[in-house]
Design a binder for this molecule. Structure first.
Ligand SMILES: Cc1cc2nc3c(=O)[nH]c(=O)nc-3n(C[C@H](O)[C@H](O)[C@H](O)COP(=O)(O)O)c2cc1C
Length: 186
């Protein structure tokens, strides 16, 4: 099993010093969304701290049909997670569409676990559903050991209208580490 199978500019909303960002506090900072999917809670913990650090809106991406606990056994090829991840790249498992005013956000931090080396197909459903064309999206992941590389490159090649920032694997990141990371993106 193939278990272990990266822009800035004057208008970058993360660049609070750019002339375009002068104005109200909200305009200066850019409105932040921290959207995440988490199966066992690790990504949720990071996303929650990140929302505090960025003063962002925390949003959980929820599958229409929850993944059963047997999906935790990622060596089991009969599970839904395995079949989705190794099935067609075009698979888009349904999500609950409850995000209000998706267009109002300037910066989206997008978090998920790594599943079989890449982002869960559910993340692509989210990106298909809400589009974020022209917006800045910063991906982040948690994993057992896999890096963000494959997820990042798939995001960038599939959603070319998004201004992608190079993201990171954030397992165990403290509030201070997340603050430094957010600063480093500016
Ligand atoms: C179905 C499944 C597949 C996984 N595949 C990988 C993988 O390819 N590489 C890896 O390092 N970790 C893998 N993991 C471990 C998770 O990425 C890791 O535990 C992650 O932090 C879980 O995040 P969560 O608690 O937010 O769901 C997998 C876990 C599951 C359940």
């Amino acid at each position: 099993m193939a278990f272990f199978a990266s822009c800035s500019g004057a208008k970058d909303p993360l660049d609070i010093d750019s002339p375009e960002r002068q104005g109200t506090e909200e305009t200066a900072k850019g409105k932040v969304l921290v959207a995440y999917f988490s199966f066992t809670g690790t990504t949720k913990s990071i996303a929650t701290t990140l929302a505090g650090v960025t003063d962002g809106t925390l949003y959980e991406i929820v599958p229409e049909e929850a993944y059963a606990s047997d999906n935790s056994n990622y060596y089991d090829e009969s599970t839904r997670a395995y079949k989705e991840q190794y099935g067609p790249a075009t698979a888009r498992p349904a999500i609950k569409k409850t995000l209000e005013n998706a267009d109002s956000y300037d910066i989206i931090y997008l978090g998920c676990p790594i599943w079989y080396g890449k982002a869960p197909r559910l993340m692509l459903t989210f990106l298909d559903t809400y589009k974020f064309s022209g917006k800045t999206v910063v991906p982040f992941v948690t994993s057992g050991s896999s890096g963000i590389g494959t997820a990042q490159s798939e995001y960038e090649s599939t959603y070319k209208d998004i201004k992608w920032k190079k993201g990171d694997r954030l397992n165990g990141a403290s509030k201070a580490t997340l603050s430094s990371w957010v600063e480093s993106l500016k």
